[in-house]
Ligand binder design. Structure first.
Ligand code: DX5
Ligand code: ZN
Length: 217
């Protein structure tokens, strides 16, 4: 399985966002991860549609939007129009997940569904063949720079076994506390899309940090 590295710009220098996106690209990151927080579903507020539009103008990299917002169906069109290539929403925040997935598909975008650390992966089994990616949060959503929750490794293994049987093309993304050490554990457990923020943007050498997430030196 090829490992896809998604750089979370929550840890970028937002006054020099364009430069940091270029640094991630030059360092070999595959995707830009764009975290949207509404202060209701999570206890933090990040950035939203106008910032995404500027990021879209700046780069042709694949933009992976992670919506940590209540009732995400309301905002699918806005984030699609602003330039997201993938839109991931939380199962815990969506009153009608099938409707949200259908709206993402209608915009011609890839869809992801996310689960918080305490939410069982079985809660998304019924939706697995309708999405491109399932995101297993490896920290509580809301803040960058937190410690990896090791108990989530069993969830990744359980989901990989389920997907191998039922929907092998679906990616497993992990987000939170990913660094050189924890990346080896999540890859071994079956994740193939690794989001990292503080580890990548805090690194002296972005290329070395990106390749360490893929298991290189
Ligand atoms: C947290 C966000 C993450 C965050 C990860 O809610 O979804 O994408 O940027 O940050 P690190 O990699 O620093 O744990
Ligand atoms: Zn995220």
């Amino acid at each position: 399985m090829n490992t896809i590295v998604s750089a979370s710009i929550l840890s970028a220098d937002l006054c020099r966002l364009g430069d940091d996106i270029d640094r991630a690209r030059r360092g070999g990151a595959d995707h830009i991860h764009f975290d949207v927080m509404d202060g209701v579903f999570v206890n933090n507020i990040s950035y939203g549609i106008p910032v995404l539009k500027s990021v879209r103008k700046h780069t042709d990299m694949f933009i992976d939007a992670h919506l940590m917002i209540t009732d995400p169906s309301r905002y699918i069109k806005a984030f699609a129009d602003a330039g997201a290539d993938n839109i991931t929403f939380h199962i815990e925040a969506a009153p009608d997940p099938l409707d949200t997935i259908a709206r993402i598909g209608a915009e011609g975008k890839k869809a992801g569904i996310a689960v918080k650390p305490a939410t069982p992966v079985s809660s998304v089994y019924g939706l697995a063949d309708k999405v491109d990616m399932i995101l297993i949060m490896t920290v509580e959503p809301g803040f960058g720079g937190q410690g990896f929750i090791y108990e989530t490794l069993d969830k990744i293994r359980e989901l990989r076994a389920y997907l191998d049987k039922n929907a092998p093309h679906v990616h497993i993304q992990v987000d939170g506390g990913i660094n050189a050490e924890t990346s080896a554990l999540v890859r071994e457990a079956g994740a193939d899309v690794l989001v990292a923020g503080s580890y990548l943007f805090g690194a002296e050498d972005m290329s070395a940090a990106v390749s360490s997430l893929r298991g290189g030196k």
